[in-house]
Write a protein that binds this ligand. Structure first.
Ligand SMILES: Nc1ncnc2c1ncn2[C@@H]1O[C@H](COP(=O)(O)OP(=O)(O)OP(=O)(O)O)[C@@H](O)[C@H]1O
Ligand SMILES: [Mg+2]
Length: 552
């Protein structure tokens, strides 16, 4: 409420029930939320990090160590918490790894900012200082990042392994790393001296059964579908593939139409008419020379029968995203009207075959016209393991892509963060008073990474950071926490390697989030919707299309 100038009558500008929190109080409340989220995430950092079990409102369980997934599944409500979820998402989309680190660092940046606010330093000065520190950190990363040969497969495997080591499926890191590297190298292409990788070219299918070590790379597209009719061939060589997004069915009338059928003859005539139409459709397809039909919609039983008689292999109800991948892989075109189908629209592959995988059958399309189409078929003992293996291999694929695009690495295990902190403290000394404080706090905040890794490895965090700082002062720039060996060591020599691109993005995402939160000094919250209204809203969100992740 406020009073209009010259009047004592209060002017009500907010709706009844609206809550308003301002200034310090608002900042403190927001920072508290961010700290709570970071707190929840930090125990899952690194190879000795714990896993989280998340149970949603339907009772479905997800067990994961993946930061982005934890945040997504937590289903947080507070707007600041939602902002952190956005940070993790951005990190995930940009580089695919480092989501836990980004959120933990963001939380720490805010915790340190709070200390400065208590010392009467204005948030905008803190933001300023943090931005300077971040710019300097990015510069240092460029300077000390060690260049690697992006063609060196062994080395790529080692980097992918670091990303996988911290996952639930870490024991299979070697195998998954190799599959990830193979996949990325298959789809990578050199353009004007720069590597380009389109991760859409890598399809990921998962099937419960066997073990994670049976996860394999297939050169082509794998569809989680069966051939529709038992009389159809299960294997077609030199496949010519019609890609249809029209149904091979007789469309039913939209509105209620009544048919007057009075005699058996009329009935037969009616059915013959339907049969003729379906047969015509199949004849048209066959006339183009197609021996495989991939259909996004349904295929009528009778049409299946006609297709089988022509020796055509058909699959129905294929996902739209898969149709697009098939078109890209086979060089075919997705056609919406069967009348429009011409021989030029057909895609080509050396082989289309239905194979048994686990309990189910899947359709493999191999030797595609476009060699840059691969599928990773993820296997594992239980659905939960398969799901986590899929999330982990996605991280690994991203890390390999990051290296191809920016072939530079640093040592992980908190080594790079300790080194950055050291150098940022030197840099701080060149700045005026209050900014200097902010840059120093930034340096301290980065040290949360080695501190937390040490803690998760069962080492004394305070002792560890003191030792690390002095080692780095002596010039041991890759000294970090050897989590698996429970000691401090030169972790570069132990192949604990992270891409510079991931570390850069961690800094960008964390600073961006911290600044957003710090800028808020007024929270105006509308009164809650009644439960019924709320449910309506929630439902809409749930209906989002499946598979909105980075690969679909
Ligand atoms: N063997 C190891 N010894 C020490 N540190 C390791 C080792 N393997 C990985 N790390 C470190 O663990 C950290 C990554 O942990 P983790 O993968 O749990 O989190 P993230 O990458 O930030 O998030 P997410 O993978 O969930 O997106 C990195 O700092 C990495 O260098
Ligand atoms: Mg990781």
């Amino acid at each position: 409420m406020a009073a209009a100038p010259g009047s004592t009558v209060p002017v009500i500008i907010l709706k009844e029930g609206t809550q308003r929190t301002r200034g310090r109080e608002a900042q403190a409340a927001n920072i508290m939320v961010a700290k709570a989220i970071a707190e929840a995430m930090r125990t899952s950092l690194g190879p000795r990090g714990m896993d989280k079990m998340l149970v949603d409102s339907f009772g479905d369980i997800v067990i994961t160590n993946d930061g982005a997934t934890i945040l997504k599944e937590m289903d947080v409500e507070h707007p600041v918490a939602k902002m952190l979820v956005e940070v993790a998402k951005a990190q995930d989309e940009e580089v695919g790894d480092g989501t836990t680190t980004a959120v933990v660092v963001a939380g720490e940046l805010l915790a340190k900012a709070e200390e400065l606010i208590e010392k009467e330093i204005h948030p905008s000065l803190i933001i300023e200082g943090y931005k300077k520190a971040a710019a300097e950190a990015l510069r240092i990363l460029d300077e000390i990042g060690a260049p690697v040969d992006p063609q060196d497969k062994d080395y790529l495997v080692r980097i992918a392994k670091t990303s996988l080591a911290s996952k639930l499926v870490g024991e299979y890191a070697e195998h998954l790393a190799k599959v990830a590297v193979e996949a990325v190298l298959k789809v990578a292409r050199l353009e004007n001296g720069k590597w380009k990788v389109d991760l859409d070219d890598i399809k990921i299918e998962k099937k419960e059964g066997m073990s994670v070590v049976d996860t394999m790379l297939i050169e082509g597209i794998v569809l989680d579908k069966e051939v529709v009719h038992p009389d159809m061939p299960k294997l077609v060589r030199n496949a010519k593939i019609a890609l249809l997004d029209a149904p091979l069915e007789i469309e039913k009338t939209e509105f209620d139409a009544k048919l007057h059928i009075e005699t058996p003859e009329q009935m037969r005539a009616f059915m013959e008419q339907e049969e003729r139409m379906l047969k015509e459709m199949v004849d048209k397809i066959a006339a183009t020379g197609a021996n495989v039909v991939f259909c996004q919609k349904g295929i009528d039983d009778l049409a299946q029968h006609f297709l089988a008689r022509k020796g055509i292999l058909a699959v129905r109800r294929i996902k739209k995203s898969d149709m697009e991948k098939l078109a890209k892989a086979t060089g075919g075109r997705v056609i919406s009207r069967i009348d429009d189908l011409t021989p030029e629209d057909l895609g080509k592959a050396q082989l289309v075959e239905e194979r048994r995988v686990g309990e189910d059958k899947m359709v493999f399309v191999e030797g595609c016209e476009n060699p840059r189409a691969v599928t990773i078929l993820v296997r594992g003992g239980t659905q939960r393991i398969v799901d986590e293996a899929e999330r982990s291999i996605k991280d690994a694929i991203n890390v390999v892509k990051d290296i191809l695009m920016e072939p530079k690495i640093v040592a992980g295990g908190g080594a790079i963060e300790t080194e950055l902190a050291l150098r940022l403290r030197d840099y701080a000394r060149t700045l005026p008073g209050k900014e200097q404080l902010a840059v120093e706090k930034f340096a301290e905040a980065l040290e949360i990474v080695p501190i937390q890794l040490a803690e998760n490895a069962g080492l004394d965090p305070v002792e560890s950071i003191v030792t690390l700082r002095s080692k780095h002062k002596e010039g041991e720039k890759w000294y970090g926490v050897d989590v698996l060996g429970n000691r401090l060591h030169d972790v570069m020599s132990l192949n604990v390697i992270d891409p510079v691109a991931v570390k850069k993005q961690v800094i960008k995402s964390a600073v961006e989030a911290a600044s957003l939160v710090l800028k808020i000094d007024d929270i105006i919250a509308a009164s809650k919707l009644s439960e019924k209204e709320g449910k309506k809203e929630g439902k809409k969100e749930e209906e989002e299309e499946e598979g909105s992740s980075k690969f679909d």
